[in-house]
Design a protein around this ligand. Sequence first.
Ligand SMILES: [Zn+2]
Ligand SMILES: [Zn+2]
Length: 842
Amino acid sequence: MTDAAGRRELPKTYDPQAVEGPTYQRWLEMGAFRADAASQRPHFSIALPPPNVTGSLHIGHALDHTFQDYLARMHRMRGHEVLWLPGMDHAGIATQNVVERELAKQGKTRFDLGREAFVERVWAWKAESGGRILGQMQRLGDSVDWSRERFTMDEGLSRAVREVFVSLYEQGLLYRGQRIINWCPRCLTALSDIEVEHEEVPGELAYLRYPLADGSGALVVATSRAETMLGDTGVAVHPDDPRYRDMIGRTVRLPLVDREIPVVADAAVDREFGTGAVKVTPAHDPNDYEIAQRHGLEAVNILTEEAVVNANGGRFEGLDRYAAREAVEQALAAEGLLEKVTEAPHAVGHCYRCKTEVEPRLSLQWFVATKPLAAEAMEAVRSGQTRFEPARYARTFFTWMEGIRDWCVSRQLWWGHRIPAWYCPNGHVTVARQDPSACAECGATELRQDDDVLDTWFSSGLWPFSTLGWPDDTEDLRAFYPTSVLKSFGNVIDPLELMDRYGTDALRFALIRGANPGSDVPLATEWVEGARNFANKLWNLGRFVLSSVPEGTKPEDLPAADQRSLSDRWLLSRLERTRAAVTAAYDAYDPAEAARLLHSFAWSELADWAVELAKPRLAAGGEDARRAGAVLAYALDVTMRLLHPVMPFVTEELGRVLRDVDTITLGPWPVERPEDLDEAAEADMADLQEVIAAVRRFRAEHGVPPSRHPRLTIVPVGDHQAELLRAEGDSVRRLARLETVAVGPPSLGGGPTAKVLAAGAELHLPLAGMIDLDEELARLEREREALDAEARRAEAKLANADFVAKAPAAVVDKTRARLAEVEAARTKVVQRIQEVTATAGG
Ligand SMILES: [Zn+2]
Ligand SMILES: [Zn+2]
């Protein structure tokens, strides 16, 4: 929009919805976010872990993305060649679940379709419904290079996954073995430790009596899962436990199953747990499995993949694990072998996708040996090569790394990267980069590929370099790897709703302000509302500057140093300090501090002070108006550019109009102007601000109505201040709503005055005429009466012996304290009444 003079005019209010969509579209059209690998500029690249194809933007993403985007935009404005590559993760288990649920509606399972048809079906789902999150990234303003969009199941990325798998296998860091893994009986797949969520649930501890085989007595074991006794193959006690010393080496008769099993001694047994004797169920507990390995005990699997008792469970076959628990306890009780059952809540693992209770299951899976990798990572931290921010996270890291178990990477799913391992009829395994035609060991040609796919993390972890073409040596890879940042956060409010209500800039600003490195991010709706108000304030500031500066004023036409007013010098000096501090904060990955500095500068110094000081100069017109206008426009332009990485939309809209350019998103970043630093101007302005603030405070405290304009006399400290106050007296008069400002000794005999100290000077304000004394007196009398009444109520309470004796001590103390407060306030009011009466009399 343009006005009659041909100037672009801004709508009255900032409407985020009207600005954001078209602005993003313009950026795409001008190719603002496209990276050029051949560019000679310094390179900056970001590899954010790709969001799930099934995903929708949550507040954790919103923060991650805002943080990455500030970095991308800041570096772009500062002349870097920036690459932020977008894309999605195929999210094996999540996506498969979505498509399986659709099939279930038609009464089908994936097995009805078969592997190939099912995988085709998932691709079709992806084309139709996947990737909602990419549109949401655009809403958030992510400055990503859409021309390079990738997907973890793309051919190139799949090749990278296979390369890593094969080379880890060749280095002995990846192996296939029988292990106890976390198993989801609903998803029918193995899960890694981080895919299991632990939650405290109500539970029990059942004490089971196992008779000794020779009939000479019995042992009692405690368990939270009585049904697993069907798979027991031993009982373990601590070797130093005197209670069981003579039991070691003997055998017990396992009830219900009627199997003879040995009592073994193992130092891993916790003597404090239950009775100190524990049942050993190698197929259903990782610790028991280890004990069994040490003592050569057999593993008996009693559950199907769906966690239903199988044929090994004898007469309990067909019961699910919970029904079996009850049935086993009843059967034991009937034989007099259930000693007791006590309540015992305990932490149980749940599948992160479907929340089903996870079942530890002994099975043949592929594992990455994490110990050597963990050792390397720990060494990097110890040597200081990797640093934690804050440092206390290092301890958490070490605890985690030391306890780390080998990572189970095979998943019994169909959607994902199929494991590149082939089996021949002679039991050999061939792991290969290219699909083999014969067994590597015996040459057999009947090969069967492993049915399982790889954990999704296996491919998303490779994202930073697989997307750039690795394992090929590509131009992108050389230009943009290693990527410059990788960070992560988590949380719960719906960011889309907040963007609808308050605008994207408001959400981004609130997220950035609240962000502390290394902590979870709490986000309150009020912060977003406050940030929306800030966007509106900027908009109004922009509208004022554009409509009030003389036509043709350009931000680059700054007046020469000797042509600047005190407020011009002060504003440019503060601006230069802000520019330096904001740039340093961005560089230190502390955008929260940058946002805080810019909020304070734009709101308080620029809008509240500089604009107010410039108003009469702008209204007067002429050359000085042009100078004042250029300084304001320049300060606003720099502020918009500094703020652009955090609030890209409103700053782009204002920044474009201010300089009449197409975009500010490609820079330039505001230049350094040390010559603008002016300590003298800042000190003088500080004095003026202090004087004005003191008068304003006095007015507020004494209820002086805005319509009253008292006369102020200032007794300055020193010649310099006297000169300053004479020169800038008119600004003081206007901003403090005074009739006149005189500098010099106070006139005598002018009636009673109030004396206030500010900036070392004495401010004398006449009381008469400033406030309506009768009204003030009436107000004070009402206040005194209210305080009297409250004091009487408190005194009556404290005089009541019943109250003092029976009320809680804290309540009595509180009443006493309140009475003291009321009495103090009353004394002040009475004093004030005396002052006002004296003034009225004089
Ligand atoms: Zn599950
Ligand atoms: Zn073979």
